[in-house]
Design a protein around this ligand. Structure first.
Ligand SMILES: [Fe+2]
Length: 351
């Protein structure tokens, strides 16, 4: 009996250790209660995303583990981790960066009827390496005390000498301006794109510096009249915890350029399945979930972006700006022109 008791005790102890080890490894490896989980490498860090992830887990039993960091960090990390990467999904902003991820070989193509239905074709990569989930526009933000809305029309019109010393935007090293330039290379060709960059650079109120929000602040402070920047920063400022940012947001207005011509430049935040995901089916299922009607409003509103699923209403702030015509190009061309775009910006003297 004693021997047996010892055996039982030892067995129990072994079982306890095993459970302990399992939980420990379970934790480290990110295995959910039913053993299924996916790891999402994401540039996003919004509290509301957790609610979506919890909904996904409730619906599917698949747990989501998130690793956050900026796009280049995450892409490099996936490259370095190679086949051993825990990443199943990569979520980053800007088609130029999504292209970079694709070129770096960290994404795999995937086919999805759900995504094909939810996301318009021009906002997804042709072979399914990435799918846009939310959209932003790169617009003209102006101070209505110094600029009448009727004076604004196109990006190209800002190259006129009447705008000398009145325009601000960030540097040409920034992907947003490279993608803007890439879109013009695609639509009007290199020569006209270069002329646009030169004309804008000639009218800058200062040497480009700071982020998009800093451009708005510079306009609000009277340093310039028009900022070229992304729409969601207006939303972020208007809902900022900083009273000064709210004041800046309230003093400025949004104008969608090129409405009678080529359309306003737009870009996306999107996601792709990791090349070395060991659970590509669940990874794709998660991206499909984010594109669905139940998720899109929350996912887009977290960053004041436009939902890409047509059946979903946009945030009331975006609604208040009215509808607009976006550029009618496929966004997977932006990355293909990004190197040339950076060269042209440089040639144009856009610092
Ligand atoms: Fe941004």
């Amino acid at each position: 009996m004693i021997t047996n008791n010892n055996f039982v005790r030892k067995s129990l102890l072994f079982a306890a250790i095993s459970v302990g080890m399992f939980s420990l490894f379970g934790c480290t490896l990110g295995v959910g209660t039913n053993g299924e989980s996916i790891t999402v490498y994401s540039e996003r860090h919004y509290d509301t995303d957790q609610i979506l992830f919890d909904n996904f887990e409730d619906e599917t039993g698949i747990r989501i583990d998130v690793v956050d960091g900026d796009a280049d960090f995450l892409i490099n990390r996936m490259q370095n981790e190679g086949e051993g990467t825990p990443a199943d999904v990569l979520i980053i902003a800007d088609a130029g960066r999504l292209h970079r991820a694709q070129e770096a070989g960290v994404l795999r193509p995937s086919e999805s009827q759900v995504l094909n239905e939810n996301i318009p074709a021009r906002y997804r990569e042709a072979e399914g390496h990435w799918y846009g989930l939310t959209m932003r526009a790169r617009v003209l933000v102006f101070d209505p005390e110094r600029v009448d809305r009727s004076e604004l029309s196109t990006y190209e019109a800002l190259t006129d000498e009447e705008w000398e010393g009145r325009i601000v935007t960030r540097t040409s090293a920034n992907i947003y301006n490279q993608s803007l330039m890439a879109s013009f290379i695609e639509i009007v060709g290199e020569e006209e794109a270069l002329a646009l960059a030169e004309g804008l650079a000639a009218n800058f109120a200062r040497k480009p510096s700071g982020n998009d929000r800093d451009q708005a602040k510079y306009v609000a402070a009277g340093g310039a009249d028009v900022a070229i920047m992304n729409t969601y920063y207006m939303g972020r400022m208007l809902h900022s915890s900083d009273p000064y940012e709210r004041e800046v947001g309230e003093s400025l207005e949004v104008f969608f350029p090129n409405q009678e011509t080529t359309g306003t430049h737009v870009n996306v935040s999107g996601a792709g399945v990791a090349k070395h995901s060991d659970n590509p089916e669940d990874a794709l299922r998660f991206i499909e979930f984010l594109s669905g009607e139940e998720s899109q409003a929350s996912f887009a509103n977290a960053n004041f972006e436009y939902p890409l699923n047509r059946n979903v209403d946009k945030h009331e702030l975006l609604e208040s700006w009215g509808d607009f015509k976006p550029q009618e190009i496929r966004l997977d061309v932006l990355g293909k022109h990004s190197v040339r775009a950076a060269e042209l910006l440089d040639e144009a003297g856009w610092e």
